[in-house]
Structures are given as structure tokens and as C-alpha cells.
Write a protein that binds this ligand. Structure first.
Ligand SMILES: [Fe+2]
Length: 242
């Protein structure tokens, strides 16, 4: 279904793209959902599609990667979505540029009231079997003593929105860096050296998956866009097996 070249509107189901990071025999299943862009006349359908995709992904933790809501009127849809996702797994959330425009305290309130955890400027530890996974937001700044503490965790993940963060995060010994923010790159002519073109001519971090020396960057193509036309660029959520 998602192999279609052209999608106009939001009629196709979301792709669940699976990415393996590492070779753990019983990996933690991290579902990254970004760029939902809740707006009037589309919120209900997008939330339903996300729930279908999330249930099929069977996640251990759900990350919402920003650009969640474009309008104040849609904040209650975000709360309900977080409440429903919470029935599957803990939900950790960061803001994107659209959430900052709307007012980060409003978005945070909606997330809190749904039972989600706001990690934009903090870090959460999740246990999985005998391992400890740290998941930090983009504005979390580690003190040297925190860094030592975090370094003892088995897996370190950075949950961000704008893939530009790769420029600095690639050398900070995260095992996995997650981003979205597809803006303007939803027409894909070809892939070259992990990047999507023509988007990468304008946005240097227009990657899908990219392995650095120490870390791996995974960029989601997101759940929706302001202008609902895509070509060879399926709307998706990303399931990382870490
Ligand atoms: Fe964005």
C-alpha cells in the first residue's frame, strides 16, 4: 500500500518502518512518532492511524518527536492520543518548532494531562530486562557528573525534532539520535549516500538512516505535512530495535 508513488491527502495507513540498531537478542522496541501536525478536519483520522500503527508495533516505549499540534483547538486530541498510547507503553515527548510557535506550556499541559512525560529539557531512564536505557530531550544538558552517570547506562538515546542536532550530537556518544522535521522534503526523486534528494540540496541533514563513527541517526518521514502531497515519501512511524 505504501509503495505508491503519489499520496494526496491522508488516506493510506502509516508505514511502520523498522530499523535495527545493534544486535541485542531481545532488543527494546522504541517507537518514534513525529510531525503529527494535528489540525482541524484531520486530527481524528491521524490519531486513529497512529493508534493502528502503534498497536501493530508493540512498543516498549513511545517517543513523540515534536510538531505535534498546529492549532490550539486540537490540543485535546493530543491529550486523548497520549492517554491511548499510554495504554501500550510509557510516552515520552519533546517539542518541535510548531509546538514552540503554539506555546510550549500549552502543549506540555496537554501531554501532562494525558499522562505523558515531557523530556524536552530532561532525561528519563527506562529499564528493559537487565539493561538501563537513558532517553534525553534536545535541550537536556548533562553536567560532567551526569555524563559519568549516563555513561554507565547500557544505551543512550537522544530524542529530538530537528535533525540539525546531528551536527553536535554525533560526537556525544549517543547510541541513537532520533529526529523528524521533514518540512519541504516530501518529494523524493532519489537516495544517495543515505540522503534524500532533492531535499538534501537544501537541508544537509535530509537523511533516513545514517551511521556515524559512534552513533546512528534515524530521521522519520513523519505522520503528516501542512500541504498533504507526497511523492515516493510514505507517511510513517519508526520502530527502532535497540
Ligand atoms: Fe518541524
Amino acid at each position: 500500500v505504501n509503495g505508491n508513488l503519489l499520496e494526496i491527502g491522508f488516506w493510506q495507513p502509516l508505514l511502520v518502518r523498522t530499523v535495527s540498531v545493534g544486535d541485542e537478542p531481545t532488543p527494546i522496541r522504541i517507537l518514534y512518532i513525529s510531525d503529527i501536525h494535528l489540525r482541524p478536519h484531520r486530527s481524528k483520522r491521524l490519531c486513529d492511524q497512529i493508534l493502528v500503527a502503534a498497536r501493530s508495533a508493540a512498543p516498549d516505549v513511545v517517543l513523540l518527536g515534536g510538531d505535534l499540534t498546529d492549532r490550539r483547538s486540537e490540543l485535546h486530541h493530543l491529550s486523548v492520543l497520549v492517554t491511548q498510547l499510554r495504554q501500550l507503553a510509557p510516552v515520552l515527548v519533546v517539542a518541535g518548532n510548531h509546538d514552540l510557535n503554539l506555546g510550549v506550556s500549552l502543549v506540555r499541559e496537554a501531554v501532562d494531562s494525558g499522562g505523558g512525560m515531557w523530556i524536552h529539557d530532561s532525561m528519563e531512564l527506562i529499564s528493559h530486562g537487565s539493561r538501563v536505557i537513558s532517553i534525553a530531550g534536545p535541550d537536556y544538558r548533562t553536567e560532567p557528573e551526569d555524563r559519568e552517570e549516563a555513561g554507565r547506562n547500557d544505551v543512550r538515546i537522544l530524542c529530538a525534532h530537528n535533525p540539525r542536532i546531528w551536527k553536535t550530537a554525533r560526537d556525544q556518544s549517543f547510541d541513537l539520535v532520533l529526529a523528524g522535521h521533514l518540512h519541504g522534503c516530501q518529494f523524493v526523486a532519489f537516495e544517495y549516500h543515505d540522503r534524500l534528494y532533492p531535499g538534501a540540496w537544501f537541508y544537509p541533514y535530509c537523511y533516513l538512516n545514517h551511521r556515524g563513527q559512534r552513533s546512528m541517526l534515524v530521521v522519520s518521514r513523519g505522520v503528516s505535512d501542512l500541504i498533504p502531497i507526497r511523492w515516493r515519501c510514505p507517511r510513517e512511524v519508526v520502530l527502532c530495535l535497540v
